[in-house]
Design a protein around this ligand. Structure first.
Ligand code: UD1
Length: 356
């Protein structure tokens, strides 16, 4: 077995990748050697190679609980992925595989189990996704972001850690953010983030009320790959991006308000940065409803306002933004009182314990 090697996996959307960065950077600083396995051509390849971490791409397929013609071809892709993962792990000989979820992780954890390599998984959402449900069967330990999630996993293997947040996010500089955006007016900045892959209905509704919005705010709109609308490119006080990487800390530092999907990692980042947020969770029609639970938990704790996608239209969005402005101080006050666990320390010490 090679000394000090840990393999990370996770992908499909940025939420299954960015928390790994927080942990990998800390482990690297402690002298651990890190390698990543993700899907070929997935969002993870770009994000991870930018971090200078060796990346192995494998074949991956989606697991579905509903009929789709791809249900015939995807199992073959998953089997191919498992074989590829098996040979990578056999060569890399890590002490632990850390899996952040997403379909690509299933073949990796299966291969790790075959090679008797301990597996740790992290579940970000209140209820476990299908990939993590399967992966749990092969896991030595399961970390969870929400304490409400503890009941969904075997009590002897689950640990409440909270959400690992990249350190860079706390180093944002407001003035640099405003300068980079070219926002020089005193109006507050409202950042709209439709999840790491974008959100069509949020994008459309925002653009419909843009004249009203830009009268009160300067708008940063992260709309997802292929969703930038060229007809709004020269609109004053409105900047669109497909995805923001290195500049995100500065932009969040410059933002007074956030409108976002309720992806677990994003909302814990906004909480840590004390940003008043309006959450528009992905609907049950398009998901298993995990974001609705995430959003409801944040609303109940007084950290966020929530607008359901089914109720999203120009009028409801405008009204909720006004509520957000009115309740800003209360929301920030509640966030200030939150005592988050010492996530990175807990996670690092558990990983190292299992790796030894
Ligand atoms: C459509 C879908 O299945 N969404 C799921 C996915 O969301 P998604 O991938 O959108 O994940 P999150 O909102 O949890 O995290 C997104 C991450 O990407 C970063 N980011 C985002 C946009 C950007 O321009 N730049 C950037 O760096 C955010 O700071 C955050 O760290 O994983 C989450 C965590 O399991 C789930 O809660 C979501 O339900």
């Amino acid at each position: 077995m090679k000394k000090n090697k840990i393999v990370f996996t996770g992908g499909g959307s940025a939420g299954h990748v960015t928390p790994n960065i927080a942990i990998m950077n800390k482990l690297k600083a402690k002298g651990w050697d890190i390698t990543y396995i993700g899907s070929r051509k997935g969002i993870e390849e770009d994000i991870i190679t930018k971090e200078n971490i060796p990346f192995h791409g494998i074949s991956s397929g989606k697991l579905r609980r509903y009929f789709d013609w791809k249900n015939f071809s995807d199992p073959l892709k998953i089997m191919k992925g498992a074989m590829e993962a098996y040979f990578i792990l056999r060569k890399e000989k890590p002490r632990v595989v850390f899996s952040k979820g997403g379909f690509v992780t299933v073949p990796v954890v299966v291969a790790a189990k075959m090679l008797k390599i301990p597996v740790i998984i992290h579940e970000s959402d209140i209820t476990p996704g299908l990939a993590n449900k399967i992966a749990t069967k092969f896991a030595t330990k399961v970390f969870v972001t929400f304490d409400e999630t503890l009941k969904h996993f075997p009590s002897d293997r689950v640990l409440f850690t909270g959400s690992p947040i990249r350190e860079e996010l706390f180093k944002g500089r407001e003035a640099e953010g405003r300068a980079w955006l070219g926002f020089h007016e005193p109006k507050p900045i409202l950042t709209i983030m439709g999840g790491s892959l974008g959100a069509k209905k949020i994008n459309e509704t925002v653009r419909k009320i843009l004249p009203t919005l830009t009268a009160s705010f300067q708008i940063v709109h992260i709309c997802g790959k292929g969703n930038v609308d060229q007809s709004f490119q020269n609109k004053k006080g409105y900047k669109q991006f497909e995805y923001i990487s290195d500049e995100l800390p500065d932009i969040l530092a410059a933002s007074q308000y956030i409108i976002s999907r309720a992806g677990a990692n994003s909302i814990f980042e906004f909480l840590a940065l004390r940003k008043p947020m309006l959450l528009i969770p992905l609907s049950r029609a398009a998901s298993r409803g995990d974001q609705i639970l995430n959003a409801n938990s944040f609303e109940k704790k007084g950290f966020a306002k929530v607008l359901l996608e089914e109720e999203l239209n120009e009028t409801s969005l405008s009204a909720k933004i006004q509520e957000l402005q009115k309740e800003k101080e209360v929301l920030v006050g509640n966030m200030e009182k939150d005592s988050a666990p010492n996530t990175l320390e807990i996670i690092l010490s558990e990983i190292i314990k299992i790796a030894k």
